[in-house]
Design a protein around this ligand. Structure first.
Ligand code: SAM
Ligand code: MD0
Ligand code: SF4
Length: 366
């Protein structure tokens, strides 16, 4: 599909995708198997053409607030799994309020409130609802929640109190691999939480890991699995082995596979949000991910913050360099710039099918 295709044809291929052409499994297989640098660059070129058709040079920026690193689960890939003997923290409401005050003056489109499946909040959801309400009151910004699996009632209450976006990544839609990664966690419950959230008016993000034992066929299963749930945002992250975890000794894959999958995600989800996470390779890594077709920058953390990311490429560095200003400065060198909040509102309204911020089931279009 990409092999031996000249740039002229690539523009036509990009136009076909914009016009609704769907990739077959055979196309996916061929793209995932690309190894020649010039063919991979053509894939990235087509992905950028498609992205630029829908978003121009505009990028969305999410601030990342990991407010509790306690977790009752033991995901084999995660530094914060309950069996890992690490320092953990849980922010109180005043610490969160202070973070919000700093956030207000930055060109951020959404605040991502993330936690481990911390029993302090999971057993008393009102505590989390209170945080969401506080962040909404303090910033007035759209809020993404990344809390792990929550029941329907709690998802409704959170949405009623200001949660706009649910991030809940399946990691893989290959059930056998899922069992090895999200140990002891229900595959169906995770899928249901995203489907229910979508139904009651959230925008939803699904994501997969690569370099975690996923072969080509497993990756195709995951790409199709994400497509089925019609997410508003889709991501892929390279698995980064974490000290003290069951997969800690696995050798880390280069980001080439992640970059290929970002471009493939762009061709499969042409008008959706696709992140370049700073968590993996910081701002230099952001450039490659945007050039592969991403259009969101996530895991933005203030320069003086001591908060964790999730993978934390900069855990042992003196200074964080993933603050909003550093991100925007680098975007500008690429001829890109932050989108407006109005752009973001339009995207969320298009996804939810109703004015954002209104709670309740979307009206059914006859
Ligand atoms: N506890 C919540 C959950 O598990 O959904 C939120 C925590 S954070 C958003 C978890 C996500 O970060 C995982 O779903 C995974 O995609 C990513 N992640 C965690 N550990 C990782 C690692 N070592 N390498 C790459 N991605 C990782
Ligand atoms: C990121 N550290 O985007 C964040 C995290 C959670 N919704 C996102 C994985 O890399
Ligand atoms: Fe806990 Fe989430 Fe990490 Fe799994 S990925 S161990 S649920 S914080």
């Amino acid at each position: 599909m990409i092999k031996k295709v000249e740039y002229l044809d690539l523009d036509r291929l990009a136009q076909d995708i914009v016009n609704g052409r769907e990739l077959t499994d055979e196309n996916l297989r061929e793209l995932l198997c690309l190894t020649e640098e010039d063919e991979i660059q053509k894939l990235h070129y087509v992905a950028r053409k498609v992205r630029d058709h829908f978003f121009g040079n505009k990028v969305f920026l999410y601030s990342f607030v990991y407010f509790s690193t306690h977790c009752k689960n033991n995901c084999a890939f995660c530094y914060y799994n309950r069996c890992n003997d690490i320092q953990r923290y849980r922010l109180d409401i005043e610490e969160i309020r202070n973070i919000c005050r700093a956030l207000k003056n930055e060109s951020i489109h959404m605040v991502d409130l993330t936690m481990g499946e911390d029993p302090y909040f999971h057993n008393e959801p009102e505590r989390f609802i209170d945080i969401v309400r506080t962040v909404k009151d303090e910033t007035g910004l759209p809020i993404m929640i990344s809390p792990g699996v929550l029941d329907d009632k709690t998802l409704i209450q959170l949405h009623e109190n200001g949660a706009d976006f649910l991030a809940l990544y399946q990691e893989t839609h290959d059930r056998e691999l899922y069992r090895k990664l999200r140990v002891g966690q229900s595959f169906e419950e995770r899928v249901h939480a995203r489907e229910f959230a979508k139904m009651i008016g959230y925008c939803v993000e699904d994501g997969i890991l690569t370099g975690v034992g996923n072969d080509i066929e497993s990756t195709i299963k995951s790409l199709r699995g994400m497509q089925k749930n019609k997410p508003d945002m889709v991501r892929v992250m390279t698995f980064v082995p974490q000290e003290g975890t069951p997969l800690g000794e696995v050798s880390q894959e280069s980001s080439l596979s992640e970059l290929k999958i970002i471009s493939i995600l762009r061709l499969m989800f042409p008008d959706r949000l696709i992140p370049a996470s700073l968590d993996l390779e910081g701002i230099d890594g952001m450039v490659h991910r945007l050039n592969a077709g991403a259009n969101v920058v996530t895991s933005i953390i203030a320069a003086n913050s001591s908060l964790e990311g999730v993978v934390n490429y900069d855990r042992n560095l003196e200074e964080r360099d993933r603050d909003p200003k550093s991100v925007v400065d680098r975007l500008r060198t690429m001829g890109m710039e932050p989108a407006s909040q109005a752009d973001f509102k339009r995207i969320r309204e298009k996804s939810t099918g109703k004015p954002v911020g209104i709670v309740g089931l979307p009206e059914v279009h006859a």
